[in-house]
Design a binder for this molecule. Structure first.
Ligand code: PLP
Length: 343
């Protein structure tokens, strides 16, 4: 039997997402929060392990909806927002348009599902190239447009008038992926939902301390939610995640204070990195900083030797590495190490 011949062509050329664990002392590679919510785990003790989870995750959706000031029929739960990207592409199909560099899952999922991809380079300021995007909208009529703002891995928010132009020109759905919104200085696109039926917003709990739970949310017009919900697997969010998230979210103050520390540490990291010769950090509205060095491989490996793991993204952004904002102690360790290896 020839497996290579059996598998779909689009899948055979893919490579599995490289999420291998590299041992380290200071982990600053995956845009996780350095602060967890361990006490919320006590909620797991009440779960009936023999029963399926609530397929609608009603309590959790209710709490999230209330926090965002939206109605429950405008929200859909995902096993991380990754899964919601999958569902969107499964439900609507392509062409799927997204800028590059950006979050890799938009392209990977579209390819896995055999949909046409349209990748359009960001401009020199890492902002959206509206001329190119608008002409691609005219020519290819993408069903889905994914815009991560703040964008991963560049860290900036796209200018909102450019996002608006795209929403207005598109006959398809525009998803603003706000995974990093809690760290941004601007408000995000939630308030504009009422004006644009084709605007969909994606949020996640992964970057604010609950990555282990895998919980993401789609916020959209009820009609869009209904269609996407048809391809959702019935029990996609498990009972443990539902219970622990509910418990953790009771304490919103704690989330907010963690975000505040991370934002202030981001400022310190940026200022200190700017002073290091051979290092050029880019301004960030997220919980990570993109930076340019002369020899990214050398710097990446030298940091790893000192036990500090960051992300080498030189293939996506020329000469660049990405560091997640950690605790003050972790950031200080990173800065100290970077000073000795960057020259
Ligand atoms: C990390 C990230 C996600 C992934 O979110 P999950 O909810 O953990 O699946 C989504 N979008 C962007 C832009 C990200 O960087």
């Amino acid at each position: 039997m020839n497996i290579k011949r059996l598998v779909k062509k689009d899948v055979s050329v893919l490579r599995a997402y490289n999420a291998k664990e590299i041992p380290c002392r200071v982990k600053l590679d995956a845009n996780e929060s350095p602060y967890g919510f361990r006490t919320a785990l006590k909620a797991a003790g009440k779960i009936n392990t023999n029963r399926y989870p609530d397929p609608e995750a009603k309590a959790l959706k209710g709490l999230i909806a209330k926090g965002l000031g939206i109605k429950q029929d405008n929200i859909l739960q995902g096993n991380g927002s990754d899964e919601l990207i999958y569902y969107l592409v499964a439900a609507f199909g392509g062409p799927v348009l997204y800028p590059v560099p950006t979050f890799s899952m938009y392209g990977i999922i579209s390819q896995a599902l055999g949909e046409k991809r349209i990748a359009i380079f960001l401009d020199k300021e890492f902002d959206l190239d509206t001329d190119r995007i608008l002409s691609a909208i005219k020519k290819d009529r993408p069903k889905l447009i994914f815009l991560s703002s703040p964008n991963n891995p560049t860290g900036n928010c796209f200018s909102s008038d450019r996002i608006l132009k795209i929403i207005e020109a598109s006959k398809g759905i525009v998803i603003v992926d706000e995974a990093y919104q809690p760290f941004a200085s601007e408000k995000g696109f939630l308030p504009l939902m009422k004006d644009y039926k084709n605007l969909v917003i994606m949020r996640t709990l992964s970057k604010i301390g609950l990555a282990a739970l895998r919980l993401g949310f789609l916020i959209a017009e009820a009609e869009i939610i209904e269609e996407v919900n048809k391809v959702r697997l019935p029990f996609n969010v498990n009972s443990l995640s539902q219970a622990v998230a509910l418990e953790a979210l009771k304490n919103r103050k704690q989330f907010n204070s963690c975000v505040k520390v991370i934002v202030s540490e981001r400022r310190r990291l940026f200022n200190e990195m700017e002073k290091i010769s051979g290092v050029k950090p880019f301004p960030s509205e997220a919980n990570f900083i993109l930076f340019k060095v002369k020899d990214p491989d050398k710097v990446y490996n030298a940091l790893l030797k000192k036990g500090i793991l960051i992300r080498n993204i030189k293939d996506a952004v020329n000469g660049c590495l990405r560091v997640t904002v950690g605790t003050p102690e972790e950031n200080t360790a990173f800065l100290k190490a970077l000073k000795t290896v960057s020259g």
